[in-house]
Ligand binder design. Structure first.
Ligand code: NAP
Length: 310
C-alpha cells in the first residue's frame, strides 16, 4: 500500500481508500445486486489489504451506509481514518451539531477523523458553518475539516472563514472527467489541500466491463450523462488504450485508471466497491508503474474529450 498525508493534517492515509455510497443505496442495487453481508465483507477485505481510509456520508442510503460502516468497524475503529460528510441543509450552527451527533451514533464512534461539507450551500453563510465546524473540532468530535464539490472561489472563502486549515476537497476526477485540472487541482496543490477523487472509475465505466450492449441498469447510472450514447462514443476509444496498457503490465483497466488518478500530485482516490473481489482488484492498482510514455498516451487520448452533460 502507498501512503500519503492528508492535507496539512497529521493523518497518514492510503492513496487508495474505500468509497461507500453503494452501501445501503438502492439506486446502486443494494439489496438486489449485493447485500449487507457483502458490504461488511468488503470493508473486512479492505482492512485486511491495508486500506485505511473509508469515506461515507450521512445522505448515503439515508444513513444506512454510515450504519454498515460503523458495524464493520466495531472493535477496530482505530485502524482507519474515518471520513463522512454533512448535507448542505444541515449547515446552520444548531443543525450541524445534531447532524454530527447522528453520524457519530450511526458510525458507532466518538470521533470523525475527517468531516466534510458535502456540497456548498448558497443560503447559509460560510462564516456560520465554518464556525460551527471549528466548535466540533474543539469538542473533539471532529479531527479535521474538509469540503466537497467546492469550486475555487468558495474554497478560498471557506479557508478565509475557518480558524483552522481545510485539509481536503473531494471532487469528481477520473481519466474521462478531468475538469478539475483547470482550476481546482492547481489551487489545492498550492494550498496543501488533498484532492480526494470520487468516481475515479467513472462509476465503473473505466473497468472496461461495460459496452453498448451491456450497460448498468441501476438508477444512479441511468441518470449519469456519461453513460449516454453520444458520450460513450468518445469514451470507448479511451478505454481501449487503458485496456492495451493494462495488458502490458498484467493489470486490469480498473487498475490502470486508478493508477493514473493517484499518480497525479496531491490526489488520492476512493473507488466505491460492492464486494470483496472489487476492493481486492482496486487495492492492487499501485503495485506496478506506468512509464512516462504510457502516461503521455493516456493523457493524449483523454485530453480533448468533449462530453455533454445536458
Ligand atoms: N462527494 C461527492 O459528491 C461524491 C459523489 C460521488 C461519489 N462519492 C464517493 O466516491 C466513491 C466512489 O465514487 P463512485 O462510487 O461514484 O464511482 P466509482 O468509484 O468510479 O465506481 C464504483 C463502481 O464501480 C464498480 N467497480 C468498482 N471496482 C470495480 C472493479 N474492480 N471491477 C469492476 N467493477 C468495479 C462497482 O459497480 P458495478 O459493479 O455495479 O459496476 C462500483 O459500485 C463513492 O462510493 C463515494 O464514497 C462522493
Amino acid at each position: 500500500m502507498e501512503y500519503t498525508v492528508l492535507g496539512t493534517s497529521d493523518l497518514r492515509i492510503t492513496k487508495i481508500g474505500l468509497g461507500t455510497w453503494q452501501f445501503g443505496t438502492e439506486g446502486w442495487g443494494f439489496g438486489q445486486d449485493f447485500t449487507e453481508q457483502e458490504a461488511l465483507a468488503t470493508v473486512d477485505r479492505a482492512l485486511a489489504l491495508g486500506i485505511n481510509l473509508i469515506d461515507t456520508a450521512e445522505v448515503y442510503g439515508d444513513g444506512r451506509s454510515e450504519e454498515i460502516v460503523g458495524k464493520a468497524l466495531a472493535g477496530r475503529r482505530d485502524r482507519v481514518v474515518l471520513a463522512t460528510k454533512v448535507l448542505p441543509r444541515h449547515l446552520r450552527a444548531r443543525d450541524l451539531v445534531r447532524a454530527c451527533d447522528e453520524s457519530l451514533r450511526r458510525l458507532n464512534t466518538d470521533h470523525i477523523d475527517l468531516y466534510q461539507i458535502h456540497w456548498p450551500d448558497s443560503y447559509v453563510p460560510l462564516s456560520e458553518s465554518m464556525a460551527g465546524l471549528a466548535r466540533l473540532v474543539e469538542q473533539g468530535k471532529v479531527g479535521y475539516v474538509g469540503v466537497s464539490n467546492f469550486p475555487v472561489p468558495l474554497l478560498r472563502a471557506a479557508e478565509d472563514a475557518f480558524s483552522g486549515r481545510i485539509v481536503s476537497n473531494q471532487v469528481r476526477y477520473n481519466l474521462l472527467q478531468r475538469e478539475i485540472e483547470n482550476e481546482i487541482l492547481p489551487y489545492c496543490r498550492e494550498h496543501g489541500i488533498t484532492v480526494i477523487a470520487y468516481s475515479p472509475l467513472a462509476q465503473g465505466l473505466l473497468t472496461g466491463k461495460y459496452d453498448r450492449n451491456h450497460l448498468p441498469a441501476d438508477k444512479i447510472r441511468q441518470q449519469n450523462p456519461l453513460f449516454r450514447e453520444e458520450n460513450l462514443e468518445q469514451v470507448f476509444p479511451v478505454i481501449d488504450v487503458v485496456r492495451e496498457i493494462g495488458k502490458e503490465h498484467g493489470a486490469t483497466p480498473a487498475q490502470v485508471a486508478l493508477h493514473w488518478v493517484t499518480q497525479q500530485d496531491g490526489v488520492i482516490a476512493i473507488p466505491g466497491a460492492k464486494r470483496p473481489a472489487q476492493v481486492e482488484e482496486n487495492a492492487g492498482a499501485l503495485e506496478w508503474s506506468l512509464s512516462p510514455d504510457e502516461l503521455a498516451r493516456l493523457d493524449a487520448v483523454s485530453a480533448d474529450l468533449d462530453l455533454s452533460y445536458f
